[in-house]
Ligand binder design. Structure first.
Ligand code: HEM
Length: 133
């Protein structure tokens, strides 16, 4: 077959689906993307938390400043977000490590462990909110 004929074959009409509204990510894929995002948030927040720890340990005045910073509603909300991201990363990280050991590798068990992990994160997130406020 000549090259030009091959091109014609490749270019024959194929199903095209560009309607993004019809494309749905599976829950396991969303969980995986969130795990990466939560890892990055955790990494970035280490700098913020270390700065805050350093300030609070620098002097009695520094401690008062750190305490007053963390007293604002917005800062508390950010701290709660950081804790939730860390909890998410740990819970789904443990799920990931269990999968490395050979558990939850089937479609159904994988989906079930994702749902259970989401519930655990939600409960722990509420607890961390209580801790922060
Ligand atoms: C300071 C704490 C941590 C930071 C900053 C951090 C950050 C990250 C980042 C950026 C990734 C890469 C994600 C990706 O490429 O998809 C990652 C992956 C991973 N983390 Fe963490 N992590 C932390 C703690 C933990 C803990 C405590 C666990 C244990 C449960 C854990 C379990 C994992 C696992 C299993 C992966 C691999 C995920 C994959 O291969 O898709 N991490 N982490």
């Amino acid at each position: 077959m000549k090259l030009s004929e091959q091109n014609v074959k490749v270019k024959k009409p194929r199903p095209v689906n560009l309607d993004l509204q019809t494309i749905r990510f599976p829950l396991t894929a969303i969980a995986s993307i969130l795990h990466r995002i939560s890892g990055v948030i955790t990494f970035v927040s280490i700098a913020i938390l270390l700065w805050l720890l350093n300030l609070s340990l620098s002097s009695p005045d520094g401690f008062t400043t750190a305490a007053s910073i963390t007293n604002s509603w917005l800062v508390k909300f950010v701290l709660w977000g950081i804790l939730t991201a860390l909890l998410y990363h740990i819970v789904f990280g443990i799920r990931h490590l269990l999968m490395d050991l050979g558990y939850f590798e089937e479609m159904e068990t994988g989906l079930a462990s994702t749902k259970v992990s989401f519930v655990i994160v939600a409960i722990l997130s509420v607890f961390s909110g209580v801790l922060v406020w």
